[in-house]
Design a protein around this ligand. Sequence first.
Ligand code: HEM
Length: 418
Amino acid sequence: MTTATTATEPVALQFDLLSQAFKENPFPTLARLRAAGPVIRVRFPLLGKAWMATTYDAVNELLRDHQRFVQNPIAAGNRWMGRIVRWLPGSLKPLATNMLLRDPPDHRRLRGLVDQAFQRQSIEALRPRLEALADQALDRLAGQAARAPGGVDLLAHFARPFPLSVICELLGLPPEDRPKFTRWAARFTTSTNAAGILWGLVSGLSRMMRYIREEFRRQTRHPRGGLVAALIEAEEAGDRLTEDELVAMVFLLLAAGHETTLHQITCSVLTLFDHPRQLAELTADWRLADSAAQELLRYISFAQFSKPRYAREDTEFFGQPIRRGQMLLACLAAANADPSVFDNPDRLDIHRQPNRHVAFGAGIHVCLGAKLARVETAIALERLFTRFPRLELAVPRSHIRYLSRPGTRALVGLPVRW
Ligand code: HEM
């Protein structure tokens, strides 16, 4: 249960942002959040008290005002969050150096390096290779379905392996190591209690970090021609990255590069099952794939919240007095459903134009993989529904469950048949 209060009253309103009902249909709650104010006081189970921006304008301003709102709690004088970083086990400390948690000028230096390497090949030029990887993943899905005539989990056997193979190929990580990432990532998601989630996180993360460090050593001797090798080269040429920063960067790309897109693909398929007329329109004209992918990003808003920001100074924000060091979050899902920007926001409309959603955030931390994720989702849908035009749910709709993880709208699985 997430509790919302105003600045003067300790507890004014309550919102359950973890329930199945909210994950299944967040729109009524998002409307209540916005109605409570553009910036409201909330309490999260693990994070504690924070301010939450709920409207399109407040979300954009929070994410774009890098003078007042920063990523690094220590720079904003938030000693409590600073202490958490210090308490991280040694093997996980480098994670705190990842660019999503850094401010300029460090953020600019790190993002500049990876932007260059990432854009070396344009995403459009990658399209044929992405299609081939999607088809390979579909071959395995078909093989799995042949062994399980009652239905096959689309998440485990297509939506995860496809983006995982894409990001591993971009990074230049050996294909034979992919099953390990799947096992480690599964540790983050299978537990339901707080202790289990924490333990799963620490053990899964530690293994990933160890693997990445060893991979750097291997690729320093024998480069494999991907982003890891390009980053090692950048480090050796200009000494602009520490080893910890390298490890944190690859970890961020590996985790953000597939754990997000896989849920976007799975939720997109479910959303299209729920909207059969729009699915029929899309399968009849795949030129709609890009605008459909954009609308599915807005409508699903997989990342419901941004990462925390911290006020660098005492300030006033949309009428609320914010004290130095206080934490703020942007509710991306509420901004994407703001009726002052989107007509009928709770309706899926694969033709929606313009569609200025903030599913990828905004400002200097806007998602590095936005274009890749969009193209991957469009390709996944096109290849999947073209190959299996009679794809359908293998269980009653009411059996579909969401992970009760805070901040994301992600399915536990999606059993399908054709
Ligand atoms: C549908 C899929 C995806 C969604 C919804 C998504 C969403 C987001 C959001 C909301 C942020 C900003 C968070 C904030 O400001 O607090 C972000 C940042 C980021 N994303 Fe994604 N993402 C997706 C796919 C990807 C992919 C495929 C990659 C990797 C190639 C990626 C890499 C990153 C990185 C590196 C950042 C940090 C950027 C920075 O700090 O400058 N994401 N993403």
